[in-house]
Write a protein that binds this ligand. Structure first.
Ligand SMILES: [Zn+2]
Ligand SMILES: [Zn+2]
Length: 121
């Protein structure tokens, strides 16, 4: 008489299986396989399949292998690129500002030096 074998051992496997799927934000296809070629946008965190992104396998492999390469969907890429552009503009302006500052500093120094030498003589 040992019928109480299965008590309390209900597996939670089903929950885990439904979690690992991605839905492409463009074609709405569901991808469950780990080997599915699907990319996550780092900005909006939506998923897109390589097919919709017209991405070749080589590029997909490169992107999925290297964590230092950032990928953005077409929608976000424009915004990101715009931001980068602004960043660069600001950087350039800062550089110019500091260059001018440096220049005026050295001008002042030169003037001081001139004055000092003029005063001495
Ligand atoms: Zn797709
Ligand atoms: Zn995005």
């Amino acid at each position: 008489m040992s019928n109480a074998r299965n008590r309390g051992s209900t597996s939670t496997k089903d929950v885990k299986e439904t979690k690992d799927s991605w839905i492409c934000g463009l074609c709405r296809k569901e991808f469950k396989d780990d080997s599915s070629k699907i990319l996550e946008c780092e900005r909006c965190e939506l998923h897109f399949c390589a097919k919709c992104m017209k991405m070749s396998e080589d590029i997909y492999d490169l992107l999925s292998m290297r964590k230092d390469i950032h990928w953005f969907c077409g929608n976000c890429e424009q915004k990101v690129m715009h931001n980068i552009h602004i960043d660069k503009e600001v950087e350039q302006r800062c550089n110019e500002y500091f260059k001018n500052l440096e220049k005026s500093f050295s001008d002042i120094k030169a003037d001081q030096l001139k004055m000092e030498t003029e005063w001495k003589h």
